[in-house]
Design a protein around this ligand. Structure first.
Ligand SMILES: Cc1cc2nc3c(=O)[nH]c(=O)nc-3n(C[C@H](O)[C@H](O)[C@H](O)COP(=O)(O)O)c2cc1C
Length: 155
C-alpha cells in the first residue's frame, strides 16, 4: 500500500503534535507515513498521492497557519489536479472564535475538494479551548477514518 502523506498546518505546535502522534500510531499499525515538510510550497508533492491526511489549525480570522499559505496559493493558482486522491481532515480551532471555528481545516477541505480530491469521512474538529488533549481525540478518530478509506479503496 502506498505511504500515507500527512500535511501539517501549525503555528504554535498543537497540530504538529497531533500529526506526530498519528504518525507514530500509523507506523505501529504497519502503515508507511511521509510527513510533508512544513515549509513545503511545491504543489507537485501532492500530485498522484492516493491518500492524504491533513492536520491543520486555524489562525488569523479563519485562515490556515502561515506555513501552509504558500502551498495553498500554489495549488489554487495552478489549479493542480488532485483527482484520485482520498483525504481526511483534522481541524484544530477554538470555538470562542465562533464565526471562524476551524476555518483553516475548512479551507483546505474546500480547496482539495475543488481540485478533484475526495474527502473520506467527516472532518474532525477539535476545540482547543475545551480539549487540551487534541492528540487523544485524534487517536480515537483514526480507526474509523482508516476503515472508511479501506471501504473506499480496499487493498
Ligand atoms: C492569533 C490566533 C488566531 C486564531 N484564530 C482562530 C480562528 O479564527 N478560528 C479558530 O477556530 N481558532 C483560532 N485560533 C485557535 C487555534 O487554531 C488553536 O489554538 C490551535 O490549537 C492552534 O494550533 P497550532 O498550535 O497547531 O497552530 C487562533 C489562535 C490564535 C493564537
Amino acid at each position: 500500500m502506498e505511504s500515507l502523506l500527512i500535511v501539517v498546518g501549525s503555528q504554535s505546535g498543537n497540530a504538529a503534535m497531533v500529526a506526530q502522534t498519528l504518525k507514530n500510531r500509523l507506523e505501529q499499525l504497519g502503515i508507511g507515513v511521509d510527513m510533508l515538510p512544513e515549509d513545503c510550497a511545491d504543489p507537485s508533492t501532492l500530485v498522484g498521492r492516493s491518500w492524504v491526511l491533513v492536520c491543520c489549525s486555524t489562525h488569523g480570522a479563519g485562515d490556515v497557519p502561515d506555513n501552509l499559505v504558500a502551498l495553498m496559493n500554489e495549488l489554487a493558482d495552478q489549479s493542480v489536479d488532485l483527482d484520485g486522491m482520498a483525504y481526511g481532515v483534522i481541524a484544530l480551532g477554538d470555538r470562542t472564535y465562533s464565526d471562524t471555528f476551524c476555518g483553516g481545516g475548512r479551507r483546505v477541505d474546500g480547496l482539495f475538494s475543488l481540485l478533484g480530491a475526495q474527502r473520506v469521512g467527516s472532518m474532525l474538529e477539535i476545540d482547543a479551548s475545551t480539549q487540551p488533549f487534541a492528540d487523544e481525540v485524534a487517536l480515537q478518530w483514526l480507526p474509523g477514518w482508516l476503515q472508511d478509506v479501506k471501504t473506499l479503496s480496499p487493498h
